[in-house]
Write a new protein. Structure first.
Length: 221
């Protein structure tokens, strides 16, 4: 089946939209699929995220106890499902294009990189106490520097922003909403287990820390 593309440019101050048509019906296409520079930006962002996560995955922490293997396994399954929603959303509903062209893609880039930077800042702030697998120890400090001055779990907030940004860059409603919802459910499940473990290990020190900070959204929750 042959296809042709039509680009409509509406004035210098307004965004252009690009629509892909086949022989029988109009089918909108995400901006990332039509622009080579946008595709490069998306792939670079994906590579940066993957590199950061792999570096943390290979870090170990001696003298700490793994909290709950079953809970960790369930969290990983939900997290991977959130990642898989990106290609699955496009495959299942290719016409669920968000629209917005370069503006929406740029918004996704900004949100995604804000999330990455916040997550990396959290890695640095916690240092050796940040582990991909949930672990605690009785004598670990309660870190209050960096983003932990405002949030209890800033790395999780950064992760949600990164997924939301990636969803906007991909430009598919089902991919964006499905992945963010799945990851949000996974993170809420994990942070409740994490907070119980930290409270059990650190006692009043963690209770005092948690009392003055929101979990994911500053001053909200």
């Amino acid at each position: 089946m042959s296809a042709r593309h039509r680009g409509d440019v509406i004035g210098p101050s307004r965004l252009h939209t690009v629509t892909c048509f086949d022989e029988t019906s109009a089918m909108p296409v995400p901006y990332e699929e039509l622009s080579n520079p946008a595709r490069i930006v998306f792939l670079v962002s994906l590579g940066a995220f993957s590199t950061g996560e792999l570096v943390q995955a290979f870090r170990s922490r001696r003298g700490a106890t793994r909290v709950d293997v079953r809970a960790e396994t369930l969290f990983r399954m939900m997290f991977i499902a959130g990642i898989l929603m990106f290609p699955l959303g496009r495959a299942v509903a290719p016409s669920a294009v968000i629209g917005g062209g370069v503006f929406l893609f740029t918004l996704g880039v900004v949100l995604g990189w804000l999330g990455l930077l916040l997550r990396w800042w959290s890695f640095v702030s916690l240092g050796k106490y940040f582990t991909v697998v949930l672990k605690t120890s009785e004598y670990q400090p309660v870190v209050e520097r960096g983003p932990y001055r405002v949030l209890r779990h800033p790395s999780y907030t950064g992760l949600l922003l990164a997924f939301a940004g990636a969803g906007l860059m991909m430009g598919n409603w089902l991919s964006a909403v499905g992945s963010v919802v799945l990851v949000l459910i996974a993170l809420i499940y994990r942070l409740r287990i994490e907070e119980r473990a930290l409270t059990a290990a650190l006692g009043d020190r963690y209770r005092e820390f948690a009392a003055s900070r929101a979990r994911l959204v500053p001053y909200v929750w």
